[in-house]
Design a protein around this ligand. Structure first.
Ligand SMILES: NC(=O)c1ccc[n+]([C@@H]2O[C@H](COP(=O)([O-])OP(=O)(O)OC[C@H]3O[C@@H](n4cnc5c(N)ncnc54)[C@H](O)[C@@H]3O)[C@@H](O)[C@H]2O)c1
Length: 312
């Protein structure tokens, strides 16, 4: 009988808790919820609550809470949400100084205890956090990826489905670039069951949807006073499942670029294939001149933040 896979969640806050529930419910493996010593009770409490949910729902997964990295030893997948989320009025970039310190500590813990893990970073500002984790762990680029594009694409998908009055399952969207105000929702790849969305929705509605997608995170922060967590967790679970079950889904993820799209030594949202070997491929696609210009602008914004992080 093969052992179950082990999924370590670094950060047991809003997204961490939801990730634990989804991973356990889908029986992706046993789950370790890790937080700082002050929040060990929160991690342990959520773990217990989820184990008891398993009794109601009938799923088998061991879920434990801890503040010790030794409990994450040998994890197959690590998902990092450690850090602080945005408050109303803040941009993701405003989190840089505080979350950089946290990601550095997390990277050391992961490197020492889960050296073979596939690592998904969620903490913001995303593109810099994932860059920093890769830099400190020294893990190959196939095993360190950032979650943003799946979430941003899902947001756009939901808005288009609502506007067109169709099932969200028929809508395909692609959002590339950095996970910030400069993200690039690619209308040229947006279809409703293969039909270009421009044939179904008028330009003014599509422009409004592009805008709403770009501000999709901020819209929720304004309403709730903190960041979204259900959809971010669902997005990271889709990536985890594609890896663990070798599904080879093509998903927009923040991947390390080594010449693709003309960028080097940078993390940014691009189409990737996620399978049993991790980020198996960065897929280079044609972009309209307008989209290409937006991608360049987005890359420059990410680069600027990476440069700022080097001084901190
Ligand atoms: N990539 C995305 O698309 C996306 C979407 C939403 C939120 N986020 C980001 O995800 C992060 C987490 O959001 P959340 O809503 O779960 O926040 P949260 O505050 O609910 O949870 C974060 C947890 O991290 C813990 N933590 C802090 N330092 C730690 C350390 N050194 N080791 C382990 N744990 C530590 C905190 O104690 C807290 O429990 C934020 O940075 C947020 O901006 C990213």
């Amino acid at each position: 009988m093969p052992a179950r896979k082990k999924i370590a969640l670094i950060g047991a806050g809003n997204i961490g808790g939801e990730l634990a529930l989804l991973a356990a419910r889908r029986e992706l493996g046993d789950v370790v919820l890790l937080d700082i010593p002050d929040k060990e009770g929160l991690a342990k409490g959520k773990a217990l609550d989820i184990v008891q949910t398993g009794a109601c729902d009938g799923f088998d997964a061991r879920v434990t809470g801890t503040s010790s990295y030794s409990d994450a030893a040998g994890a197959d997948v690590v998902i990092v949400t450690a850090g602080v989320p945005r408050k109303p009025g803040m941009s993701r970039d405003d989190l840089l100084t505080i979350n950089l310190k946290i990601i550095r500590a997390v990277a050391e813990g992961v490197k020492a205890n889960a050296p073979d893990a596939f690592v998904i970073v969620i903490s913001n500002p995303l593109d810099v956090m994932v860059y920093e984790l890769k830099r400190i762990t020294g893990f190959p680029r196939e095993r360190v990826v950032g979650m943003a594009g799946v979430l941003d694409s899902s947001r756009m998908q939901a808005f288009i489905a609502q506007a067109a009055g169709v099932s969200v399952r028929e809508v395909r969207t692609l959002v590339l670039g950095g996970h910030g105000d400069t993200m690039v929702p690619c209308l040229s790849y947006c279809t409703i069951n293969g039909v270009p969305v421009g044939q179904i929705l008028p330009k003014d509605k599509l422009d409004a949807i592009v805008d709403r997608t770009r501000n999709g995170g901020g819209e929720i922060v304004k309403l709730m006073g903190t960041s979204a967590y259900y959809a971010p967790a669902a997005a990271a679970i889709a990536m985890t499942e594609s890896y663990l079950r070798d599904q080879k889904r093509m998903l927009a993820c923040a991947a390390y670029l080594d010449g693709e799209y003309g960028f080097k030594d940078l993390y940014m949202g691009v189409p990737t294939v996620i399978g049993g070997r991790g980020v198996e491929r960065v897929v280079e696609i044609e972009l309209s001149s307008e989209e290409r210009a937006m991608l360049d602008k987005s890359a420059a914004a990410v680069r600027e933040l990476i440069e700022a992080s080097r001084k901190l």
